[in-house]
Design a protein around this ligand. Structure first.
Ligand code: SME
Length: 146
């Protein structure tokens, strides 16, 4: 079974908050280069961390929409991949060992409602395959949102 189907099955009787809790753990467990996985939800002008899984907590639990790679993805309503976070001035550092990052928006009726944020300890870890996989996951999560 593919990973999307597996996640759909594991969360079929769950509501949105429960689903994102499962989703962050599932993604981190299933994909080796996903070292820290978080889901931020857009609340007013801020992205608020609502679920995460990783070796340690981030201090960035609320990110203004004007800041970071997270803010950029929400403002521009598109997936953002940063191959080398150390050379990107827009990057908000969370962990010293993070080397690359992907942020994928969640949409509801065309509007950004949140996003998946994944950090990898490997430089240039995220490819078009990750983008397409995570956009499918994001679409699924959007359909669960009430
Ligand atoms: N790096 C993000 C901030 C969130 S942490 O990765 C958990 C950014 O630049 O927006």
């Amino acid at each position: 079974m593919d990973l999307l189907k597996q996640l759909e099955k594991e969360t079929q009787s769950l509501d949105f908050p429960e689903t994102i809790e499962i989703a962050v753990k599932f993604l981190r467990k299933q994909v080796k280069h996903y070292n820290w996985v978080g889901i931020y939800m857009l609340e007013g002008e801020e992205l608020v961390l609502r679920a995460w899984d990783g070796p340690e907590a981030t201090e960035h639990v609320r990110i203004p929409i004007g800041a970071g790679i997270c803010g950029l993805a929400a403002r521009e309503k598109r997936t953002v991949i940063v191959g080398d976070v150390n050379t990107d001035p827009r990057y908000l550092a969370c962990f010293p060992y993070t080397r690359s990052e992907i942020v994928v928006p969640l949409f509801k009726t065309g509007k950004v409602i949140g996003e998946i944020d994944i950090d990898s300890n490997t430089p240039h870890a995220f490819t078009e395959k990750d983008r397409s996989f995570l956009e499918q996951i994001a679409h699924f999560l959007g359909t669960k949102h009430r």
